[in-house]
Design a protein around this ligand. Structure first.
Ligand code: CP
Length: 318
């Protein structure tokens, strides 16, 4: 594998799952693979889980790791070509990216949607510049429209806990005070459909995600109806994705906060969230602390998903 930006790059999900379980049994099985190889992790945005789990994954494979927080200590970067750089940005991404490529073998990039232009966000402008100009394999540590390392970890977590051949997986929008990207819900929908599960997405009208991510899932605007018989509930906030309202908050309706009322109509569903989560906005204390909450196992599986992805990239190096 050269680059990793989505589920398509992983190929057969069952084979990826087999590798994930193999690595979970022995995280250091491939510790020789990354010897004298360097991972550069570039963060344009904050992170706890991605930062720690990806670094741990690289260490599992014997790699050296460099972390660059672009907004802390690096030159402020211009990303637009053609701009007269007479402002506060001292360096252009078009020089910075190939320079970064000089110091490493693999690059992980975290670059969220900026909500300045839907075309730029959905064209994955920053991530694609790394792919184009770094000269190195690049993987997404959450980009504008997807968070594949998270969805891979979620897939592993569901496979470990499902008791039915084809579980019902419900992704529910929930309220949040800030405008959040669609990366996690886009990816989750795409991966769950690819896994062959029954996928239902529930949200207030106006929060429709792009159909290229949700194809194969059922959209249900009645949250209680969506939750009926669910085996897994995945709560997440996202802002509007439509051209007309891109990045906007259209609802703060706290009746959508996932609590005992909604979980009672499920088939004793597990609760999932990628974290970080705002308690009593997205989910009540009782549900996230309850015996069916999988939020910590999901986070733990981030190490496994990142190890599989890095292993495959290392295997593809010259
Ligand atoms: N779930 C996730 O990606 O967490 P961080 O933003 O803390 O990395």
């Amino acid at each position: 594998m050269r680059h990793f930006t989505g589920v398509k790059d992983l190929g057969d999900l069952h084979e990826a799952m087999r590798e994930a379980l193999e690595i979970k049994q022995d995280r250091f099985k491939y510790v020789g693979l990354g010897r004298n190889r360097t991972l550069l992790m570039v963060f344009f945005n904050s992170s706890l889980r991605t930062r720690l789990s990806t670094q741990k994954a690289a260490m599992n494979l014997g790699m050296n790791v460099i972390v660059l927080d672009v907004n802390q200590g690096a030159w402020k970067l211009e990303t637009e070509r053609g701009v007269i750089m007479d402002g506060d940005k001292s360096e252009h991404l078009l020089e910075a990216v190939p320079v970064m490529g000089c110091y490493c073998d693999v690059i992980g990039v975290r670059s969220f949607a900026r909500f300045e232009s839907k075309a730029d966000d959905y064209g994955e402008k920053i991530l694609n510049q790394f792919i184009r100009y770094s000269g190195k394999p690049v993987f997404s540590m959450e980009a504008a429209t997807g968070h594949p390392l998270q969805s891979f970890a979620d897939y592993i977590t569901i496979e470990e806990h499902r008791t039915k051949q084809r579980p019902k997986v419900v992704m529910s929008w929930a309220p949040h005070p800030k405008s959040l990207p669609q990366a996690v819900p886009n990816s989750f929908a795409e991966w769950m459909v690819a896994a062959g599960y029954e996928v239902v997405i529930t949200h207030p009208e106006g929060y429709e995600l792009e159909s290229r991510f949700t194809a194969g899932a059922r959209i249900e605007y009645d949250q209680m109806k969506a939750f009926e018989g669910a085996d897994f509930v995945y709560a997440k906030n996202w802002s509007a994705a439509s051209d007309a309202h891109y990045g906007q908050i259209l609802s703060m309706d706290r009746s959508w906060t996932v609590g005992e009322r909604q979980m009672a109509v499920t088939d004793n569903a597990y609760f999932m969230h990628c974290l970080p989560v705002r308690r009593n906005m997205i989910v009540t204390d009782e549900v996230i602390e309850g015996p069916r909450s999988l939020v910590i196992p999901e986070a733990a599986n981030r190490e496994i998903s990142a190890t599989v992805v890095l292993k495959r990239i290392l295997e593809g190096l010259d």
